[in-house]
Write a protein of this length. Structure first.
Length: 403
């Protein structure tokens, strides 16, 4: 071991995270954090002026960001390497120009292929998530191996994994780096009881704002949020009063799909709910249920939205043909009218959300927002410039930091 005593005089980044997290972040479990409205400080120095919701300390570069269920989370510097589990958070890193710094995610090869159905429409933007560690059932040992600067993952959802306990969650926070994520805002589900008192639900874009603060990239967030607001305003101003009935689901097995409600709260419906369609099943089917053709015919939707339909390994022509040739499926209004549409991902980040708002608006209201091209395979279709909901180059510039 080196005899340089200065090694022990200056805390390492990991030591800082351990110290700062203990003082500023507190414990992660319910009853250990101050929650969204709490105010704690790391030192006795006066806070400097910072972005709303973010605390900095005079005399150094440290700062903290608050989000449930973690509470106030301290950072010594902007994280460089990023662990994620789910693609809504990986997609936020991508939107902030940090997609290549992600070192883990759920089903990386699948989502790399799916996200790269959108990047061809963003000039100069590239993304490669292939071959990353698949982190749905992340092991503690692998997190040590990755040694990430931040874990963009909800500790409550990790705790729900069979091999994890509260001590493991705390150990990773103290010994490696903070957790920063929110999972159960997906459908406003109940978190594990350890987090029940500290949990809050956020929209996709509210969560994105907080993630942007972690990376000191609020300017990129604000630029993209402005585009998102313009998209929502366009939808709201032209939305017709007559609404189609919709079934949204996974149709990898076309005659026995898993279906998801289109009107439930949470970020999984962030691309559909603003368009206010009628859920064809209503309260008759729980979101995530598997249904047969008879149940689908009883609901008889005007439109069918097929998640994962834009993935390169999904054959949308086969999905449509299978439904058409089925003795029951062929009777469906959506099938007879040719309104079985491909969609992307439920766990969407901000960029995919912009595309899917445009896509879904055209699929549900073609007479108002322009026809959606019949999609069989390949990248997100080229849309005539005057029918686009947002400027592709402008979005690309924000991702690249040139805006």
């Amino acid at each position: 071991m080196a005899n340089d005593d200065s090694e022990y005089e200056r805390p390492t980044r990991r030591e800082y995270v351990k110290f700062g997290g203990a003082i500023v972040g507190g414990g992660l479990l319910a009853g250990c954090t101050g929650g969204e409205g709490s105010t704690t400080t790391q030192t006795t120095t006066e806070p400097t002026e910072a972005t709303a919701g973010e605390t900095t300390t005079a005399g150094d570069d440290s700062y903290s960001v608050t989000m449930a269920p973690m509470g106030e989370v301290a950072f010594e510097s902007v994280p460089e390497t990023i662990f994620t589990r789910l693609t809504h958070l990986a997609g936020m890193a991508f939107a902030l120009g940090r997609g290549e710094d992600v070192n883990a995610m759920h089903a990386p090869d699948y989502y790399d292929a799916l996200w790269n159905q959108y990047t061809p429409r963003l000039p100069g933007v590239e993304l490669d998530w292939s071959g990353l560690y698949s982190s749905w059932n992340a092991s503690k040992e692998k997190l040590y191996d990755l040694d990430s600067d931040v874990h963009l993952a909800d500790p409550a959802s990790v705790l729900a994994l069979e091999e994890w306990n509260a001590d493991d969650i705390e150990e990773i926070r103290e010994q490696i780096s903070p957790w920063f994520g929110n999972h159960f805002s997906n459908r406003h589900l109940e978190p594990p009881e350890e987090y029940a008192d500290s949990y809050e639900y956020y929209t996709l874009w509210e969560m994105f704002e907080k993630v942007a603060r972690v990376f000191r990239a609020t300017d990129r967030y604000e630029a993209l949020a402005s585009i998102h607001e313009d998209v929502l305003e366009r939808i709201e101003s032209d939305l017709p009063s007559e609404r189609p009935s919709v079934v949204m689901g996974g149709f990898s097995e076309p005659t026995s799909p898993y279906v998801y409600n289109v009107d439930t709260p949470g970020f999984l419906t962030a691309h559909v709910r603003p368009l206010r369609p009628v859920d064809a099943f209503g309260d008759a089917v729980t979101s995530g249920s598997k249904v047969d053709m008879e149940a689908l015919l009883e609901a008889d939707p005007d439109v069918i939205l097929s998640f994962g339909g834009m993935h390169p390994e999904t054959d949308m022509e086969e999905v449509r043909t299978t439904l058409e040739n089925d003795s029951v499926g062929g009777q469906l209004t959506a099938v007879q009218d040719g309104r079985v549409y491909a969609q992307g991902a439920r766990y969407q980040g901000p960029i995919v959300n912009l595309f899917q708002l445009e896509m879904t608006a055209k699929q549900l209201y073609p007479d108002v927002f322009g026809e959606w091209p019949t999609y069989v395979e390949g990248a997100y279709p080229e849309i005539p410039e005057d029918e686009r909901f947002f400027d592709r180059q402008r979005v690309a510039n924000v991702i690249d930091g040139d805006f």
